[in-house]
Ligand binder design. Structure first.
Ligand SMILES: Nc1ncnc2c1ncn2[C@@H]1O[C@H](COP(=O)(O)OP(=O)(O)O)[C@@H](O)[C@H]1O
Ligand SMILES: [Mg+2]
Length: 562
């Protein structure tokens, strides 16, 4: 074919022609919709892996279906579209239904049993769902050139990556291999999806321009509601207006950074200007080292899980009576394990405690009571003796709320002097993990759970038939592990008045309560000693910002063990 000479066309005609050619090349005749600019961008991406994420109603699901059909005329082409459940797939207006609308009368034939369309070319478009983690194995012998996940945040990362192994090139054709997905922000998998596709510093504002954003070779196309002229925006926005602020920002703006705010630990505040998370450097300024001092005691809590729920292990340490902030609790580490047997988890726990020098200082270990066999394995095979804790639904929450509360508002925060007041619980992270924490190094899941932990009305009524308000039974692994420690191990912490706290800082022999019991010379002598101590302390207190909170030990908290 000789080269087309476009120079005789006007500029507008040239663009029109190119657009026409583009449409013929890139969209299939089976697709009745003209792609919007952003959908076209998504369809044209050369990347193996691409994600269309953002506002609901932006045309993401449509784009997945369009993309699946792009090569429907190529013999042997095979495409798969997945939703998490069959119900999601088959709802009216959902993808399977939409495909019926598009393909009815097109010459493509529907096989109800296999849930797949076969095109006259021999190409196939199949629909599937992955309710359980193991459902991926249905696809173990299949091969696709196109695999799409709609509402990706409802899937686990393992399900997603497994399907990668099913992408196979079609011999004798240049059909590209494509992994495509779409999702609104939010949902249980939001964190891994965000981590995989969305740059840390991305904001919805940057999504105005129609362009793909690259993260480690993967493409992210931000979806905007404004892109989709085919939607009755007014009524859509009105219906979204009913939603809470966070969900609205997620669905309307496509905001990936915003997180649902829980209602249990309202005092919780994270980040460089939050009260509860501090860096190792800030810790060092007060305690002189970047590690838990070797004379502090600790506790270890675990919420057993295997897959997809993780096994969550957390360590707490209490600042000793002779250090600044006596009684304050510090969380320096967490361990998240997925699909690991108890022996493997115990090995990791033992390795961490050996590395940190904690092993002999753990006073109390507690784990969820239903994990009885795991508990036995830990004890018999691994030398880790966990107490079983049968949490009622709110056990430990009051203790956590108490310890998270910001007190001493007239004094500077001990680690961040530009803040007022302080809690009695701190999560300690490496300096580079204070924002955008990653994985266990940044104690990411723990911090996310603290912020999101919430009460919900229990759907199933209890035996007495009453609806109850209980903590949301999802996404609370570290919260449960932490509650176990809090319910049993935290000494009761109560703020003292400035006066009481000052008295507590004096040696017992010169405290008012002791001195006033003495008589005669002894008393005079004690008064003198007291005065000296008082002067000394006052001078010291001017120089640092000690806590005025002390630990009032429970009678013996360790005796409550079952
Ligand atoms: N290019 C298009 N042409 C015509 N209608 C479209 C187009 N893109 C999306 N739509 C329609 O707009 C509505 C919302 O699109 P959808 O793909 O479901 O959005 P999302 O998945 O982002 O929530 C659907 O009814 C869809 O069919
Ligand atoms: Mg959709």
């Amino acid at each position: 074919m000789s080269k087309l000479d476009l120079s005789r066309l006007t500029e507008t005609e040239q663009i029109e022609l190119l657009n026409l050619l583009e449409i013929e090349v890139k969209t299939s005749r089976y697709c009745p919709h003209e792609p919007t600019d952003r959908q076209r961008l998504f369809l044209d991406l050369p990347h193996t892996e691409a994600f269309y994420g953002g506002a609901a109603g932006g045309g993401k699901s449509d784009a997945l279906l369009m993309a699946a059909l792009q090569y429907a005329d190529v013999p042997g082409y095979s495409a798969l579209i997945l939703r998490r459940t069959f119900a999601d797939l088959s709802k009216p207006g959902a993808l399977m239904d939409r495909a019926h609308e598009w393909l009815r009368g097109s010459g493509a034939r529907w096989n109800e049993q296999k849930k797949q369309w076969r095109f006259p070319s021999g190409a196939v478009l199949a629909f599937g769902y992955l309710d359980n983690e193991t459902d991926v194995y249905q696809f173990q012998s299949a091969e696709y050139q196109f695999c799409a996940f709609d509402e990706l945040t409802q899937f686990t990362e393992r399900q997603y990556t497994y399907l990668f192994s099913r992408l196979r090139r079609l011999s004798g054709s240049d059909v590209p291999l494509r992994m495509r997905s779409a999702s609104n922000p939010g949902g249980i998998g939001a964190a891994w999806v965000q981590e995989r596709f969305i740059p840390d510093d991305w904001t919805p504002d940057q999504g105005r321009k129609v362009r793909a954003i690259d993260k480690a070779g993967r493409a992210f196309v931000p979806a905007k509601l404004q892109d989709n002229p085919h939607l009755d925006r007014q009524s859509y926005e009105t219906s979204l207006a009913e939603l809470d602020e966070v969900t609205r920002a997620q669905l309307l703006e496509g905001d990936w950074q915003i997180r649902p705010r829980g209602n249990i630990y309202k005092a919780w505040s994270d980040g460089p200007n939050g009260h509860h998370v501090i860096t190792l450097s800030q810790f060092e300024k007060v305690f002189g080292q970047q590690a838990i001092p070797s004379h502090w005691f600790g506790a270890c809590g675990q919420d057993w899980g295997f897959d997809p729920d993780p096994c969550a292990t957390i360590w707490n340490f209490v600042a000793s009576a002779n250090s600044p902030l006596p009684g304050a609790i510090f969380t320096p580490r967490i361990l998240t394990c997925r699909a690991e047997i108890p022996d493997a988890v115990a090995d990791k726990i033992n390795a961490i405690e050996a590395e940190e020098g904690w092993a002999s200082r753990i006073q109390y270990r507690v784990m969820s009571h239903e994990a009885s066999s795991q508990c036995e394995t830990y004890r018999v095979k691994c030398g880790l003796s966990f107490q079983k804790w049968k949490p009622d639904q709110i056990g430990g929450i009051a203790q956590m709320q108490h310890i998270l509360r910001i007190t001493d508002l007239d004094q500077p925060h001990p680690f961040k002097p530009w803040l007022d007041g302080r809690p009695n619980y701190y999560v300690v992270v490496p300096d580079d993990q204070i924002v955008n924490p990653k994985g266990d190094e940044g104690l990411a899941l723990l911090r996310e759970e603290f912020a999101a932990y919430k009460y919900v009305e229990q759907r199933v009524t209890d035996m007495r038939g009453a609806n109850r308000i209980v903590p949301f039974d999802f996404f609370n692994h570290f919260m449960d592990a932490q509650r176990g420690i809090a319910a049993r191990w935290f000494a009761e912490v109560r703020p003292l008045s400035a006066d009481e706290s000052f008295e507590q800082s004096l040696p017992a022999g010169v405290r008012r309560e002791t001195v006033t019991k003495l008589e005669g010379d002894q008393r005079d002598f004690a008064e003198l000693a007291r005065q000296r101590e008082v002067d000394k302390r006052k001078k010291e207190n001017r120089e640092n910002t000690w806590s005025n909170v002390i630990v009032e030990a429970n009678d013996n908290p360790w005796s409550l063990i079952e």
